[in-house]
Design a protein around this ligand. Sequence first.
Ligand code: ADP
Ligand code: MG
Length: 614
Amino acid sequence: MKDFIAILRRFVPPYKKYLALNIFFNILTALLTLFSFALVVPILEMLFRINEATYSMMHIGEASFKDVVVNNFYYYVQEAMNQWGAVTTLALLAFALVIMTALKTGSAFLSSYFIIPMRSGVVRDIRNYVYNKITALPIGFFTVERKGDIMARMSGDVAEIENSIMASLDMIFKNPVMIIACLGMMIAISWQMTVFVFILLPIVGVVMGRVGKRLKRTSFEGQTQWGVLMSTIEETLGGLRIIKAFNAEDKVRTRFHAENQEFYRLSNIVARRQALAHPMSEFLGTIAVAIILWFGGSLILSGHSNMNAAAFIYYMVIFYNVIPPAKDLSKAMYQIQKGLASMQRVDVILNAVNPIADPANARRLPEATAASISLENVSFSYDGEVEVLKDINLDIPAGSTVALVGQSGSGKSTLADLIPRFYDPTKGCVAVDGIDVRDLRVADLRSIMGNVNQEAILFNDTIFNNIAFGVEHATLDQVRAAARIANADDFIMATENGYDTPIGDRGCRLSGGQRQRISIARAVLKNPSVLILDEATSALDSESETLVQQALDRLMKGRTTLVIAHRLSTIRRADMICVLNQGRIVERGTHEQLIAPEAKGFYRRLVEMQQLNA
Ligand code: ADP
Ligand code: MG
């Protein structure tokens, strides 16, 4: 319960207004319920002529407020009967009952009407919080297994919160009001009977709960069997070729039919139990009512209670009325438990600490056209055990190009990721213009960086918006100029709607080279002083490679560039080449130095191999 209140405290404040309206209408509904049923009492009394007393007008203060109101009500009914006759008065009372009921149901609707925006709003807020958190957390947080888990939490758990906690909100604020109002009235009419009801009800509740539990168990077995069926179908579809090749159709059919038969058996049990639930609860409910009828009747007959028959029936009506909210309330209590478990799972994301945070007193980068990069004694490990980078020292002077080569898995991409602070080094320091990147605001640092990766990452939007992604208020002229530098303008203009052409999910309507040139145009438009090219041309065929390479050469002009590549054409013009092997820089120098006959290193072998292939 404490956790539940904590959740309300966290998420409900923006919806206080709705909550207040909801509670107001809940109270109104409860009062109207009591009074609309109260109208039944004089109707019954008149029909059966139980009440033969004569009433005279009373004034407030003559008796208790309640007695005055009841007395005057009877007085007016009596006057009406004298004036218009019993039948007309009865019709009037019946009409009043209709009006009261209309007001009551209207007010019940309004109470739901006002709680609904709160219910959907809280869930919307939670989804936004999670999304904000996802975009704020560093890349390192999202390992492959975590991605699926986060999706599950964002869809499944948030839906669970909506279905359990938020759906229960209505009940939590409505039912207690109704229950308290009804119970108050029941005690006012006959406390003896109410005490009796309190003893009887838990017994009925326990019996009904037993039935529900058995139902749940079989329905769980049914779901498991459904899972078995689904996986058989999936397996069959995947292995169809083998099934046919081995003439095993009959074999798999027999297996499937047996499993399906088991599901049929369980479905029957579940459906029959379900069909039993309603008659059962009706039967038990009626037993309870019969016992109460007997008890109340004997109270009246023995003269132990001053209830008359009409009040007794009114009591029963209210009693009937209090059962559904009481049932709902106990259901809500159970559902909230389920929702709290989901909330905990969502909170794991919301409360995750972000290690890549802005420093308290950030330093500013000087406004320079090109920035220098330096890595000093940098080591890095993803898991705290295996060192992926070991003691790296590397200087990239402003405006120069450094190429990284090395086998796949040697740590090239990891090294590149340290510069824009996608990760922080485990040891050592990465500096831009001599300032440790951890002393800069993350946004400032990344604003001077441009990335082009092997896999061009594009979004499901127009070409224009993809190029202008990192730049606000870019004009079409600027975007076109960038596209021209990136060799992309021609093919973009050839598409159906030019720059307004949507590129489809992840750019699936474009070829690899076109996607890459768009991502280069995006980097050109951002005009970064530091460029990081991670195998930007590796995934391309040689024709688009030429176009992309031209674009890259123009992009690199005058910028500090770290280029990761394995094609010689890209690397050989670099100011310095570093060979990375198992996380260490094992060779460094210019192309000429590294291929010199006396150098028998890794780079020379790489060059010889590529020349062999060419
Ligand atoms: P390269 O780009 O040179 O091919 P990477 O920098 O991608 O190499 O990877 C270097 C090493 O770090 C590899 O052994 C790889 O398995 C490991 N690695 C890469 N990314 C991760 C990650 N997110 N979590 C754990 N290990 C990783
Ligand atoms: Mg890589």
